[in-house]
Design a protein around this ligand. Sequence first.
Ligand code: 5AD
Ligand code: SF4
Length: 475
Amino acid sequence: MERKTPLISQEALRQQEEISDYLKLWWQNQGITPVAYVETYGCQQNEADSEQIRGILERCGYGLTDTAEGADLVVINTCAIREHAAQRVFGNVGALVHTKRRHPGQKIFVCGCMMGQPEISARMKNSYAHVDGIFSPHHLWQLPEHLYRVLIRHKKAWAVEDSAGAIAEGLPLVRTNRLKAWVSIMYGCNNFCTYCIVPYVRGRERSRLPEDILAECRELIAQGYRELTLLGQNVNSYGKDLGLGLDFADLLGQIAELEGDFVLRFMTSHPRDASHKLFDVMASHDKIAKQFHLPFQSGNDRILKEMNRHYNRAQYLELIEYGRSLMPEIVFTSDVIVGFPGETEAEFEDTLSLIERVRFDALFTFIYSPRPGTPAAKLPDPTPKEEKNRRFDRLLAVQNGISEEKHRAYVGKSFRALVDGRDGDRLTARTDGGRLVRFEGDDSLMGQFVELTVTDSTTWSLVGQISGDGAGRRD
Ligand code: 5AD
Ligand code: SF4
């Protein structure tokens, strides 16, 4: 089968590189080293996009700074998933009027998922005169061209035309972390869950070629990265558009077989496409972290149907059971939405009972937020806000109790963990299951795998100490 997803041509990418080089020279000729500030909202996909934005900006001659004050360029990478995030963006973009007044040469770009929503990008364009450019995720790779238009031609840059999406391979990247790397394996989503805006703003599912992904992973491992997280809105449908007979489980297995000491993670999975084969591959590779983020969204079959999720409660529970039968130590985390339009008290109770049945280590809990343009936003929603808040608090209390108990049960056990940072006088590390452990240790351990014994716990994290000779080798 022929590949359906268009790759941006090498020639088009080269043109952008030429513009980047031109802009770098343009700044040099003025004797200025410009600095750019990139602010990111939302999910890991946006974090990964911001790494590309920083990479492109560096190629255009920009240094990077961590404040909008005094920056020559501000890029706000937005998230559209819930109303609250969108409101914050409007507030913060509005406030940039003042930084621009204090630094009149400052240019301001707004990009990301919100700019993929026509009414929102129109509002940004029409009501925020100090914004110089807007581009949606489909137009990120053309950032040099947008900058050229603003800096050299003194025009505004608007690039928000809708598109099914394409893939730009080989864009420059500035990674924010030296130990942990995001590796996007696919973009977009075809699922159209009725509450979700993502398919409208990020286009159709399109997979990167396996050889490109493997080459990137090999290089990251050679550079010393210790944790790779494969990213996609729905990684389980990886490869469907490629027609190579290779699915996500195959890709995961191939990456796990690469030489080197690293831990491999992935997110996000959709239960509809999470296969037994995927659990089998996880169980048979030491390098794949025994952690699974598997959003269930609701524990009630009618609501799941209304959400267009294509699985039911029993099927979800069966997946969890299968995973645990193969890997008793596996850590499950999940996303859940409270107060979907028309959710009754009894239907909410089904969500609570699913949480009590599965006992997730951690849960990302959301109150339903209507997203204009999605089917769910048109459904009658008679439940008052106060009632939804009450359900949300109840759910949180149940989950906090479970998280606390699960964490307490880790006390006395030993885990291999990657030392990834410092928090005050303690080091921090992540277990293969993704749990955070604080422990006393020397900075020389940073970036190493260590063996930790858990000595204490809280609802959200663990306290530990180095056990044995401390080396977290795989036996
Ligand atoms: N309202 C509330 N939560 C949402 N999510 C996605 N769309 C919405 C919405 N409209 C949640 C889902 C998803 C997570 C990333 O955000 O739980 O898994
Ligand atoms: Fe949104 Fe559903 Fe796609 Fe996840 S799978 S991005 S919730 S439409």
